[in-house]
Design a protein around this ligand. Structure first.
Ligand code: ADP
Ligand code: MG
Ligand code: MG
Length: 924
């Protein structure tokens, strides 16, 4: 959205004049006051808003000011000159305020004030954007700084750091190629070698002076310009560089990954420097109010003496622990004796007890103030403590759950807030086995695919589904998978494909199974014939160990140790809480009693989708199924169906029994028949022999079943309407199964679902067959059960005709996979070819097969629900697409007024949480 809708060039002066008037663009903080506060993250960025908040509640933060995110957007639209002009006055007067507070002057040669220029977007994007420290130094100012502080070493150390950071961030002094090292690091390494020293802290004053000289020389050589000496030029350069970093590759990539829009922009924080590099009584550190890995309520962190800014994270020197407890825990792991520890690696608590006490007070105060775990940065200058940043700390899924429950028990937050604190998707970490973090550090990643289904898998390479049991642990590696591979996929520990996206067959099925899967790893060259995998010129053979990280998409050479996930008590407590607030139910998509049981343990309140065809792929059934398909006559088909009936019946009995009286939606046969017939010569021959027909007859039939566009072909209710005997058999199996359980005293509530309805007559025809078959069975058995007959809404026309369909159907279930496919006109099986490009180019912001397109496809869902309920007000409505387990889509379903969402077993806890959160947000 343009800020001003007239031409920038011709109206330049007018714009400049008006811009300066309209609004505040600079917000001051420091000296226990602030113009902003923590609620203003959108305008001031997270860092700026929290600096303001800390200042107001009396935490010592160095004074400074924040240039708003809006200015970043203005900069991108109107350019540098207009923006500098619009904010100069505010910036200059804010700088004066800093000068007065600090009793020093920016650019002054006797009593200089140095500043930092820090980026800070709405959300923290660690390491994605840039910061410059010690700004305001030049050859003259450095002398003043040395004299004022009586610390020549410190002054020159700051200067060399400044040139280094400014050179990298503002002047583009980056390594030339990815193999090169940083040009400044190179100079420092060179000097260290020459002087035979190891650490930055070993440099003498003369060394530092030499470095400054060499750095400036390198800048001149590489950029063709002298290093800027005027502090104000330096400042504007840095501010613009921070704005530019918002559109740097790293930041763009990070935004894409998290779906943050480009127009948020970043704020710029300009702040008086405090110095951790002033000597042995100074230092810098980071700390957390609780353990970000486990959630344990222990204050922890690391610090370095005589260091500045990033030194702690940069790993140049090994930082020490802040608390004594942490230090002792560290020593135990590092096998350091207590005496050695206390002497050489003391904690801050031991080394500087009074500073520690103050820090401990602030961390308690800040956690209480924000009622959440805080991640803080601090610096000590000559025995005085300054806090430079606080934010809600990033944490693992396990820590997230524990901290929320602990804060609830401590009375810091209430139940609703505790539930809102849980990021639904992060729960996934708690549901699958994970790699041992230590083992992962040593891992050699050979390629990267899509993180299609989270978890960790280690096994031996196999290339064929029917060989998935060849070794005890296998990774099924395919160019792509097909329904025929199902059993093998189930047996393998993990699934790896070279082709296909997040909704490819492999990905969808793996997620359903809760099985680790990496899909679409284009760098893999799979040679089925020789049973080898080539990556980057390296060859891996069948039987070689390989590991997959389904959460990152990493493919790792060899065997990586895994650990079982711990479903700790707090996780159960959170799930218990969801029941109290959720109004929309959560069902599961489950095709087997095993899946049904898993889902019930996760709290599923029914089955929203049982895909009957999956049962047909098992070895003993596929033969009967193929016979049915290949039969040329009704009689032949009926004969094969008779073989299938008892198998289906016992499948349903198993599922009904597992669900113990909860409703079970069974979908009638859906996929194109072509998926069931054999495509390999050997299996075709086997079938021909079995059926006493010729091989060519089998081949002809297979060819005959081939369709140009199977997704729009002979499938769904079109099968049941052309072969009514299939519907009859399936209905009979369902009803008989329910009656059998009734005899055993177990209740069953089948809901029979007709797929792929486009016209009301398609449904009416199927309903007739279902009801008459059910009545027939009731008569035979002289008993009845209650059941429903409903339909999927997955063809756009069905959503349009929903009022008519609802006159007949007992329930609707939105099949949003097909609905998305048909509304967009994207074939699910082929979308991989262009979706990736669309996402990269920003033509699409998210994959609509993953996140329900609420704007477009969502209209069909809303319309279908409203129209359906216009003729049948109490119509039961649910969703059974992949979207049923995706949090933002779950919230949408809640708003649409659905009775339930249904998702794969391993996503049930996530959907339950999302459902509770939607209800809580609605209460507010
Ligand atoms: P990031 O967002 O990458 O953490 P920061 O803006 O927080 O970047 O700054 C990087 C480092 O510099 C941090 O360690 C921070 O504490 C330190 N730093 C920033 N501003 C100052 C300052 N005014 N005085 C001392 N250290 C600072
Ligand atoms: Mg920081
Ligand atoms: Mg469908």
């Amino acid at each position: 959205m343009p800020i001003l809708n007239f031409d920038v060039k011709t109206n330049r002066h007018l714009i400049m004049a008006t811009l300066a008037e309209i609004k505040a663009r600079v917000y001051k903080f420091g000296n226990k006051t602030a113009d902003g506060n923590s609620k203003m993250k959108n305008l001031l960025g997270g860092k700026g808003a929290n600096l303001a908040e800390m200042s107001s509640i009396g935490i010592p933060v160095p004074p400074g000011f924040t240039i708003t995110t809006e200015v970043c957007t203005e900069y991108n639209e109107l350019g540098k000159e207009i923006v500098i002009n619009a904010i100069t006055e505010e910036v200059e007067s804010s700088m004066e305020t800093i000068e007065n507070t600090m009793g020093a002057k920016f650019g002054d040669k006797e009593n200089p004030l140095l500043i930092s220029v820090r980026s800070g977007a709405r959300v923290s994007m660690p390491g994605m954007m840039d910061t410059v420290l010690n700004l305001g130094l030049n050859d003259k100012v450095v002398l003043g700084l040395a004299k004022k502080t009586k610390n020549e070493r410190f002054a020159w150390d700051s200067y060399r750091r400044f040139i280094q950071m400014y050179g990298g961030v503002v002047l583009g002094m980056k390594p030339k190629t990815k193999e090169d090292i940083d040009p400044f690091e190179e100079i420092m390494e060179h000097l260290k070698d020459k002087r035979n020293i190891q650490l930055d802290t070993d440099f003498t004053v003369q060394d530092l002076k030499d470095l400054v000289y060499d750095f400036k020389d390198a800048v001149k050589k590489q950029t063709g310009h002298d290093f800027p000496t005027n502090p104000w030029d330096q400042l504007w350069g840095a501010v613009m560089a921070v704005f530019d970093s918002w559109n740097g590759n790293r930041a763009i990539y990070y935004r894409k990954m998290h779906g943050y829009p480009a127009d948020w922009g970043t704020a710029v924080n300009v702040q008086a420097m405090v110095y951790g590099n002033m000597g042995e009584n100074s230092g810098t550190g980071v700390c957390f109010t609780r353990d970000a890995g486990t959630g344990e309520n222990v204050f922890n962190g690391e610090y370095l003496i005589n260091a500045q800014g990033e030194d702690v994270v940069a790993g140049v020197r090994t930082p020490q622990q802040i608390t004594k407890l942490g230090s002792q825990r560290w020593a135990e792991l590092a096998k350091v004796e207590e005496a050695d520890r206390a002497e050489n690696y003391p904690s801050l608590e031991e080394l500087m007890p009074s500073i520690y006490k103050e820090l401990d007070e602030y961390q308690k105060k800040l956690e209480k103030h924000y009622s959440d775990m805080q991640d803080m940065e601090f610096t000590m200058q000559n025995g005085k403590l300054w806090i430079l940043q606080t934010r809600n700390g990033k944490r693992t899924g396990a820590a997230m759950v524990k901290i929320a429950i602990d804060l609830l028990k401590e009375g810091a937050i209430d139940e609703k807030e505790a539930l809102l604190r849980i990021e639904p998707n992060k729960l996934e970490e708690l549901l699958h086995p994970v790699f041992d973090t230590n083992a992962l550090k040593r891992a050699h990643v050979i390629a990267q695919g899509l993180p299609a289904s989270p978890g960790a898998a280690t096994g031996k390479l196999v290339f064929f589904a029917d060989e998935a049991d060849k070794y005890k642990y296998t990774i099924l590696t395919r160019i792509e998978t097909s329904p025929e591979d199902l059993e093998g996929m189930n047996i393998a520990k993990g699934i790896l494909t070279a082709r296909g996206g997040m909704t490819s067959h492999a990905a969808v099925v793996a997620r359903g199974m809760g099985k680790c899967c990496v899909s679409g790893a284009g760098a893999l060259k799979i040679d089925y014939k020789n049973r080898i995998l080539r990556v980057d010129g390296k060859v891996y053979h069948e039987g070689d160990w390989i590991s997959l990280n389904g959460s990152t998409g990493n493919i790792i050479e060899g065997k990586v140790a895994t650990m079982e996930p711990e479903l700790s008590g707090e996780f159960g407590e959170i799930m218990e809480l969801t029941n109290k607030y959720a109004t929309m139910q959560v069902r599961t998509n489950a095709d087997t009693p095993k899946d049904a049981k898993i889902a019930r343990n996760f709290g599923a309140q029914g089955i929203g989708l049982t895909r009957t065809e999956h049962m047909f792929f098992q070895v003993d059934r596929i033969r009967a199924m193929r016979e049915m398909i290949l039969a040329d006559t009704i009689k032949g088909r009926k004969h094969a169906l008779e073989d299938l009936l008892p198998m289906q019946r016992s499948d349903f009995e198993g599922i009904f029994e597992a669900m113990q009286g909860l409703p079970v939606t069974v979908r009638l046969l859906d996929p194109p028949l072509h998926e069931f017939v054999p495509h390999q010569l050997a299996t075709q021959r086997e079938l021909a022999d079995d059926m006493h027909i010729s091989l060519s007859a089998v081949k002809n039939k297979v060819a005959e079943l081939e369709e140009f566009n199977p997704m729009l072909g002979h499938r769904g209710c079109r099968l049941g309407n052309t072969y009514p005997e299939i519907t009859e058999m399936q209905t009979r199996a369902i009803i008989e199964a329910a009656l059998n359980l009734k005899e055993k005293g177990i209740e069953a509530k089948p809901e029979i679902m007709v797929p792929l309805i486009g016209t009301v007559n398609e449904f009416i025809e199927q309903e007739k067959i279902i009801r008459s078959t059910a009545n027939q069975v009731f008569k035979e058995r002289n008993d009845t059960i209650e059941y429903l007959v409903g339909t999927m809404i997955e063809i756009p026309r069905a959503a349009l005709m929903a009022d008519k369909i609802a006159e007949h159907a007992d329930f609707f279930s939105f099949g949003t996979n097909d609905l998305t496919q048909m509304a967009f006109g994207y074939s699910r099986d082929d979308a991989g070819k262009f979706l990736q490009v669309y996402l990269e180019k920003g033509i699409l912001t998210v994959d609509p097969f993953e996140v329900l397109d609420q704007e477009g496809v969502g209209q069909l869902v809303i319309m279908g629900t409203e129209r359906g309920r216009s003729t049948k007000p109490d119509l039961k409505v649910g969703i059974c697409g992949e979207h049923g387990g995706e949090p933002s889509s779950v919230e949408f379903c809640y708003k649409t007024g659905m009775n339930y969402v249904s998702c794969s077993p391993f996503r049930v806890p996530i959907a339950r949480l999302a459902s509770a959160q939607a209800a809580i947000k609605d209460m507010a």
